[in-house]
Design a protein around this ligand. Structure first.
Ligand SMILES: *Cc1c(COP(=O)(O)O)cnc(C)c1O
Length: 388
């Protein structure tokens, strides 16, 4: 089958030849991935070590400790799932949800819908409450729904990347404890970039990803669960219906036993260790402040250009800004122009907001003044060309 060619270029079955890979330089100011920190890229490019090498075992413990610090939790079961944020999202559901459990999702955007879809696949009794895309839930609305549905779980998205809304968390954890319900929180676009206090907020299960606030490429999904959630897992009558994401198996690898489960993506773990270390080196509070100040500058600059922001300022998310597309502008043509002619990626709207907003991300390494100036200058100089 294999043919040897004298030519050094690779010959595919189609006869096409392939040049060595070159990737265009992009500034990723969309909803994710965002650009990786150069020292994270350096960590990723090291030779792998064995996934049971003593060096790696030590590194795993460090990654777990760093994740606890950045999440502000003391949860024993804290580890990065091998997979993206959605894998970690699925892990929160797969491990604790049993068929028939009432699973309440407070939906205010695209990712709330994904949570409801996933929970339904694990045969939960899914109930939902909905908000317009661009709004957040009040504590009273959540309490009314909890009283009505008496759920075993309340699932919420902290930072809704599809709308640019940050859900205020005050009182929600206490509400869930009072009504004996476990709180699942999506922290994909908040971890490492905006204030997040998992234990103080009494969050029972949470997940995130490597490619948004953490300045790492996509590939890992940080996951954590507290003792209340562990108790639910331990009381299950059947096996966790997902082998790959089963925390009771994974814990034998990430815990003290170090039993092989799957070959860990070791280089991704080199990368996330460096990414988390950089956040703590800068300081969590300093990181949060940087994101807030750069976002404020972006918001003011966009408004100075006469643009309006989709989300009211009190619930606006520093990591992801939704900008209303003026009615006389072809929004898609403008973002394609930025990508093709300026190497800058911004996002378009999803679902209810498709065609109505642009989404500008300032996450992790990308949250800096140079990038804010760059995108504001591009809106200033290029947008007029797209007005009809
Ligand atoms: C990106 C995102 C996800 C999904 O993460 P992937 O890494 O794309 O699988 C989930 N929730 C929110 C809020 C997100 O922004």
């Amino acid at each position: 089958m294999a043919t040897t060619t004298a030519n050094s270029s690779m010959l595919g079955t189609s006869g096409a030849t392939f040049a060595p890979l070159t990737v265009p330089k992009r500034l990723l100011l969309g909803p994710g991935p965002s650009n990786s920190h150069p020292s994270v890229l350096n960590a990723l490019s090291q030779q792998p070590v064995g996934h049971l090498d003593p060096f790696y075992i030590q590194l795993m413990a460090e990654v777990q400790g760093l994740l606890r610090d950045v999440w502000q939790t003391s949860n024993r079961l804290t580890l990065p799932m091998s997979g993206t944020g959605s894998a970690a999202m699925e892990a929160t559901i797969a491990n604790v949800v049993e068929p028939g459990d009432t699973f309440l999702v407070a939906i205010k955007g695209y990712f709330g819908n994904r949570l409801a879809d996933m929970a339904s696949r694990y045969k939960a009794n899914v109930q939902t409450i909905d908000k317009k895309w661009g709004e957040a839930f009040s504590l009273q609305e959540l309490e009314e729904a909890i009283i009505k549905y008496k759920p075993a779980f309340l699932a919420l998205v902290h930072a809704e990347t599809s709308t640019g809304v940050c859900q205020p968390m005050e009182g929600i954890g206490d509400l869930c404890r009072k009504h004996n319900c476990l709180l699942i929180l999506d922290t994909v676009t908040s971890l490492g970039s905006i204030p997040l206090y998992l234990d103080d907020w009494k969050v029972d299960l949470a997940y995130s990803c490597s490619q948004k606030g953490l300045s790492c490429p996509p590939g890992l999904g940080p996951f954590t669960m507290n003792e209340r959630a562990e108790e639910k897992l331990n009381k299950r009558t059947g096996k966790v219906p997902n082998w790959y994401l089963d925390v009771s198996l994974l814990n034998k690898y990430w815990g003290s036993d170090r039993v092989y489960h799957h070959t860990a993506p070791v280089n991704m773990n080199f990368g996330i260790r460096e990414a988390l270390r950089l956040i703590l080196e800068e300081g969590l509070e300093a990181t949060w402040t940087r994101h807030k100040l750069n976002a404020l500058e972006l918001w003011n600059g966009l408004e100075d250009l006469g643009l309006s922001l989709h989300v009211p300022s009190d619930i606006r998310l520093p990591t992801l800004t939704t900008v209303s597309i003026p009615s006389n502008v072809d929004g898609k043509a403008f973002s394609l122009h930025l990508l093709n002619n300026h190497g800058v990626e911004i996002g378009g709207g999803l679902g209810e907001l498709a065609g109505k907003v642009w989404r500008i991300g300032l996450m992790g390494y990308n949250s800096n003044k140079t990038n804010v100036d760059k995108i504001l200058n591009l809106f200033d100089s290029e947008l007029p060309k797209f007005k009809s």
